[in-house]
Design a protein around this ligand. Structure first.
Ligand code: BEZ
Ligand code: MG
Length: 577
């Protein structure tokens, strides 16, 4: 490629990355119970709500309407492999459409829906009949964002009075979660996955597999899949649907719309091999979705029994190979749905990481298997396993895994916001690394993108670091909460560290810039230590731990300075300074 072409490509790539960070929805503070969102927060949320098709409100995506109105539909269409095309036209179109969308929302908030509709018609050729339903929906959402009955509802609940029910999801996924302060209800677990969830699963699975093929030259023979309960409530089972799709089966419903069974998709129709899926389901998933847990196990057994060539049915091929290894029969080799022992929850990998009381990373993978090696489903004779302890079967299944994956569905919580992503996806990744004796590829899907989008873990950590941890909008928003805000910053750094410990997925610069931003900047250090000395100390300690464990190659002067600061903070905590 000529030099200028290569340079242009790089500039474009950088431009796209910056846009991605800029357009990412982030929390700019904690929710204060009983307090409604302010205007600025509302504008961001409304823009996200408006960017999706809402057939139930007769509203199309505002982004699509604007793109069509401006004649930019073609530029914004995904490329052949489902990925966004990296062209200047695409980048410009994206920016232009975003600017118009933001301005229309600004007019809506500062004036009214009618004004926004007229402006869009004049400015972007969006027909009023098309944009009116969008703004009608936004009017409702905006009004509900500005009211808040959380305190009243809590008081009613405490008095044992009736609290109106409402669905549980995030506001972008389902605007009818508003108003907040209602009694959250879940889903009908027997209807999981919904038809919509199954339809949405296919492009994500295709992208996940395409990404693996492009990076490793072929499909993963086995994939370790994390399934959580709350996520599958919010998405009506998108994760479950993806797992079924990977296996090459589809749900079969009975007359009551319950998912009663699965049906095998013929290989000719599937057009790719059936992927072996080793599922780790959370304790919450196991409790909420007992029937689904059995269904997933049944799907694996159904696929394992198919008379198909091993190069097109990795499930059967792996199970046969596993059974031949000697210490388990075909039936035990079929175990693919693992969770905690009955009544137990969590991997505890997060607690072990945050306590720093581990020497080798293998302790993290061992703990994961110890906590999550309880198999669910039915054996060949139809007897319920009910959490049979099966560490050996789990290790053998994990030993064949080439990629680990979790469907991240929430607009509200990302992989460094809480410790649960690294305890699960990180935990299983470390276990795979130990038993397969190689590090798997690690992927996450991103529901924040309008089109199906799969990122590597490394990319996701970078994105969260840029969009949140190091973003003044994020940390200043947190610091407005004083003591708690500092704790949130420290938590995020520890959660990021969790991705080093379990998956080696954090670049050096992340720790370097965290140190520069929060510790080596004197004014910031003063603010943090005055607001919350304890968390400031923990943050500095974590950075030193990252250096000590080899996750961060800091220079000697930096390490010395951090040690000095740590000593100062400890003195302050002990009342010496
Ligand atoms: C779940 O919804 O299954 C879940 C929630 C929090 C942590 C882990 C799992
Ligand atoms: Mg928790």
């Amino acid at each position: 490629m000529p030099l200028a072409g290569e340079r242009d490509r790089r500039v474009l790539e950088l431009h796209e990355r910056l846009l991605e960070i800029e357009q990412r929805l982030i929390a700019t503070g904690l929710h204060v119970f009983g307090r409604a969102s302010n205007r600025e927060q509302c504008a961001d949320l409304l823009r996200m709500v408006a960017s999706f098709d809402r057939p139930e409100h007769g509203a199309r995506s505002l982004i699509d309407l604007i793109a069509e109105g401006l004649g930019l539909r073609h530029e914004l269409a995904p490329g052949d492999n489902g990925d966004q095309r990296l062209t200047e036209a695409h980048a410009r179109a994206l920016e232009r459409v975003d600017t118009v969308a933001r301005e229309s929302i600004r007019r809506f908030i500062e004036s009214n829906a009618g004004d926004a509709v007229l402006w869009l018609e004049a400015e972007a050729n969006v027909r009023a009949e098309e944009s009116r339903p969008v703004f009608a929906l936004l009017e409702k959402v905006y009004a509900q964002l500005q009211t808040n009955e959380e305190l009243d509802s809590l008081a009613r609940a405490l008095r044992g009075e009736y609290v109106e029910p409402g669905p549980g999801a995030d506001v972008v996924q389902n605007p009818s979660v508003l108003p907040t302060g209602r009694n959250t209800h879940a889903v009908n677990p027997y209807a999981i996955p919904s038809a919509t969830a199954y339809a949405r699963a296919e492009p994500v699975v295709n992208q996940l597999l395409a990404r693996h093929v492009s990076e490793h030259g072929r499909h993963p023979r086995a994939l370790a899949f994390v399934l959580w309960g709350l996520d599958n409530i919010k998405t009506q089972g998108e994760g479950v649907a993806q797992a079924l799709h990977l296996l090459g089966v589809r749900p079969v419903r009975d007359a009551m719309n319950r998912v009663a069974d699965v049906e095998v998709i013929p290989l000719e129709e599937l057009g790719r091999p059936r992927i072996d899926v080793v599922m780790t389901v959370s304790g919450i998933f196991r409790d909420l979705f007992a029937a689904t847990t059995l269904l997933l196990d049944r799907a694996v057994r159904r696929v394992a029994a198919l008379d198909e060539p091993s190069e097109l049915n990795y499930v059967r091929a792996n199970i046969l190979a596993q059974a031949e290894e000697g210490d388990c029969d075909f039936d035990a080799a079929c175990l693919r749905v693992f969770s905690n022992a009955p009544g137990s929850y969590g991997t505890n990998v997060n607690f072990l990481v945050s306590s720093s009381e581990w020497e080798h990373e293998s302790a993290l993978g061992d703990l994961f298997v110890r906590r999550k090696c309880f198999a669910y489903g039915r054996d060949a004779r139809g007897r319920a396993l009910e959490g049979r302890e099966a560490p050996c079967a789990m290790r053998r299944a994990l030993a064949r895994v080439e990629a680990t994956y979790q469907n991240v569905d929430s607009f509200e919580i990302g992989i460094t916001d809480v410790d649960h992503y690294f305890e699960y996806l990180g935990g299983v990744t470390k276990a795979v690394e130990q038993h397969a004796e190689r590090r798997p590829a690690i992927y996450l899907s991103d529901a924040l993108a309008r089109e199906a989008r799969v990122r590597s873990l490394e990319e996701t950590v970078r994105l969260e670091t840029r969009a949140k941890t190091l973003n003044p909008k994020w940390y200043e928003g947190m610091l407005r909460h004083g003591f708690r805000g500092v704790a949130e910053i420290e938590n995020r750094v520890t959660n990021t560290f969790g991705w080093s410990a379990t998956a080696g997925a954090v670049d050096d610069w992340v720790y370097g810039e965290v140190a520069e931003t929060f510790v080596l900047d004197e004014e910031m250090l003063r603010r943090l230590s005055e607001l919350n000395t304890h968390s400031a100390r923990a943050l500095v300690g974590r950075l030193l731990e990252a250096e000590g464990r080899g996750y961060w190659a800091a220079d000697e002067a930096t390490v010395a300075r951090l040690r000095e600061i740590l000593a100062g903070l400890e003195d302050r905590l002990e009342g010496v300074a």
